[in-house]
Design a protein around this ligand. Structure first.
Ligand code: C2E
Ligand code: MG
Ligand code: MG
Length: 623
């Protein structure tokens, strides 16, 4: 569900829109109030909806005309500011990616677009609409909003589209039907054969649906199916297919998930999404599902065999007890079992005090001093010992456990940073990783403010690290949240920079202080000229945008020298120190600050931080 932005505005036309329209009516001399009234009448009489929406993930409406009610069944107050739902939620899930693409298609007349797609009205019926609009640009040329008109064209959209609609899509949910699924699966198999990729087919059956449907009636049952369809669509990428096979059976067709971890993640998300309570009136339902998965090519090479094997796996999942999953392949099954076990144990990790933080130094290149620490989460299990976040962060993300865990990390890291200052160590900037889910679910600004308040750490000594992907998704919303974080006085860094794809234009609008160049580029600096060029370009561009550049994962002298000569500002990596516990870290800082000759000239050792030889204007030698 979209987030409600801003208070409900009084539904008046935006001034811009009024002026723009009014100046188009020539000749007659009338007062502005006259024009405004005339415009409202004109717009009110249109058989469709005039709108202005933001260019964000929800298509947040800033203005919709009263035609909204006839078109969608929702009232303007529901849509404006996403107060009940976002317009993106009104668009049938299958069509959302296409709508987004069409608004930016280069082959449309410049500054205009026109598109036909399907919406689901408040009463559940599906209608075909035509939308024509114009992008609104800001002074940098970025599209900030769209203005246009949407009308119902179901009756006149012609035979072809209606026939296609009936033939390929499920009337109740708007999802792909069995026929379209088969088509897409066959296509996907051809592609996968060509580029030797994997496909997964997941059969999903709602566990108690039949009882609920029989007990509470078909209308409630239909609503539940629609909601579940919506939730499933939210679990996959836009390039994947969610289909309804009939009844309470859904199928996911997942392409391009090469990595087993990623695939397991989707299945876990499906369980978590269906598992969430579902509300109908005052009644709350807890639905669970059974999932069976078959993977191409291992579990079948044709659409028919894959679907059959996924179905077989699903029945096995059901017979193992509901709310279960089953992979056709034993290996994947074992991995999933392990993942679920991690989830169960992670639920208790906080209360059992099994989580701890390690700290890795960040070194300023020109002074050679440790100027910061990155807090890195560790989980100590009684039998396995300490395990790395690589094994559990994604599970924590998918289950939402990252929210309480992330809060704890922020609190503990701020307290540690303050404790070091209290015992007289020079103040360091503490970096804390914040995950996308924390951004979406938690009141992250408040959580950060609380951590600062509770620890007494001055805000300038805290830095939040966000991954590049997060910053770029739903950029509009994030700019706002980042501005609020920035207003607290906290620094912001983009982590793993270079692994996602950033629009540098956007970067300019983010209140970012640092870019952390991803370890993968640093790794091959000495041997891969492309990586070397990329890193140099990031440094130059970053500096032009006024950002400090940190290189991550610096392990060798050669990498250090290259980065140093390219103008990199700070470095982090095993060359300077591995992540270590708080006591070791304090010891290291004391050594680094003491500037003892033995330490200073003793060489880059992971436990000393300081250089073997004088490396030009580089790192600090004796004070
Ligand atoms: P990251 O934020 O990019 O952290 C850097 C990772 O690189 C750390 O792995 C660190 O130990 C490792 N590293 C540092 N220097 C070197 C080096 O010279 N060579 C090599 N090979 N590796 C190096 P770690 O601690 O396993 O963390 C992995 C990721 O887990 C982090 O990547 C971060 O995205 C995530 N993470 C860690 N702690 C937290 C946390 O508290 N909250 C959230 N949301 N994510 C966390
Ligand atoms: Mg990080
Ligand atoms: Mg990183």
């Amino acid at each position: 569900m979209a987030r409600c932005v801003g208070q409900q505005q009084k539904l008046t036309l935006s001034k811009d829109l009024e002026v723009a329209l009014v100046t188009g009516i020539a000749g007659v001399d009338r007062s502005p109030a006259d024009y405004a009234r005339m415009l409202r009448t004109l717009i009110g009489n249109l058989d469709g909806m005039v709108f202005r929406c933001r260019n964000d993930a929800h298509w947040t409406m800033e203005f919709v005309s009263d035609g909204c009610v006839a078109l969608t069944g929702y009232h303007p107050e529901d849509l404006v500011g996403n107060c009940t739902l976002g317009y993106n939620d009104v668009i049938v899930p299958e069509d959302r990616a296409r709508v987004r693409e069409s608004t930016t298609l280069p082959d449309q007349a410049p500054g205009r677009y026109a598109i036909e797609y399907r919406i689901r009205r408040a009463d559940g019926t599906i209608r075909i609409v035509g939308e024509r609009g114009t992008p609104v640009l800001d002074q940098h040329g970025a599209v900030v909003a769209y203005e246009g008109f949407i009308e119902d064209i179901t009756e006149r959209s012609g035979y072809r589209m209606r026939i296609e609609q009936q033939a390929n899509y499920d009337a109740l949910t708007g999802l792909a039907n069995r026929r379209l699924l088969n088509d897409r699966l066959s296509q996907a198999i051809l592609r996968a054969e060509r580029d030797r990729s994997r496909i997964a087919v997941a059969f999903i059956d709602l566990d108690q649906f039949k009882i609920i449907n029989d007990t509470f009636g078909h209308e409630l049952g239909d609503n539940m199916l629609r909601s579940m369809a919506e939730r499933l669509t939210g679990c996959v990428r836009q390039s994947d297919t969610v289909a309804r096979q009939g009844g309470d059976e859904f199928v996911l067709l997942l392409t391009g998930h090469q990595d087993s971890e990623e695939l397991l993640g989707v299945i876990q998300r499906v369980h978590a999404a269906i598992d969430k309570p579902w509300q109908a009136g005052r009644r709350e339902f807890h639905v669970t599902c059974s999932v069976g998965v078959a993977v191409y090519p291992n579990d079948g090479r044709s659409a028919e065999v894959l679907l059959r094997n996924a179905d077989v796996a699903m029945y096995k999942a059901k017979s193992n007890g509901r709310n279960n999953f089953q992979f056709f392949t034993a290996e994947l099954n074992r991995m999933m079992v392990e993942r679920v076990a991690i989830e169960h144990r992670l639920r208790n990790a906080l209360s059992r005090k099994q989580l701890l933080l390690h700290y890795q130094p960040r070194v300023d290149v020109s002074s050679g001093r440790v100027v910061g620490a990155e807090a890195l989460l560790r989980w100590r299990l009684p039998r396995q010992g300490v395990i790395s976040p690589a094994r559990f962060i994604s599970v924590a993300e998918e289950t939402g456990l990252i929210v309480p865990i992330g809060k704890w990390v922020l609190q503990a890291a701020c307290q540690q940073a303050m404790a070091w200052q209290v015992v007289g160590l020079p103040p360091l900037v503490m970096s804390v990783n914040v995950s996308p889910r924390q951004f979406r679910q938690d009141n992250i600004v408040q959580t950060i403010a609380d951590a600062l308040h509770d620890s007494g750490l001055p805000p300038r000594y805290l830095q939040i690290e966000l991954t590049e992907g997060l910053a770029m998704q739903d950029a509009e919303n994030h700019v706002r949240m980042l501005d609020e974080i920035k207003a607290l006085g906290v620094q912001i860094a983009i982590d793993d920079f270079g692994t996602g794809y950033s629009s540098l234009g956007y970067l300019k609008r983010f209140p970012v202080d640092q870019l952390k160049v991803d370890r993968s580029f640093v790794q091959d600096l000495a041997t891969d000229p492309d990586d070397a060029a990329i890193v140099q370009a990031i440094i130059v561009l970053g500096h032009q945008l006024g950002l400090r550049i940190v290189a991550e994962g610096v392990e060798t002298d050669a990498q250090y020298r290259f980065l140093h000569s390219s103008g990199c500002d700070e470095m982090q990596g095993y060359l300077f120190g591995r992540p270590m516990d708080a006591a070791e870290f304090a010891q290291l800082i004391t050594l680094n600050e003491s500037g003892q000759p033995g330490v200073l000239q003793g060489g880059w050792r992971s436990d000393t931080l300081l250089p073997r030889r004088n490396q030009g204007r580089g790192l600090r030698q004796n004070k």
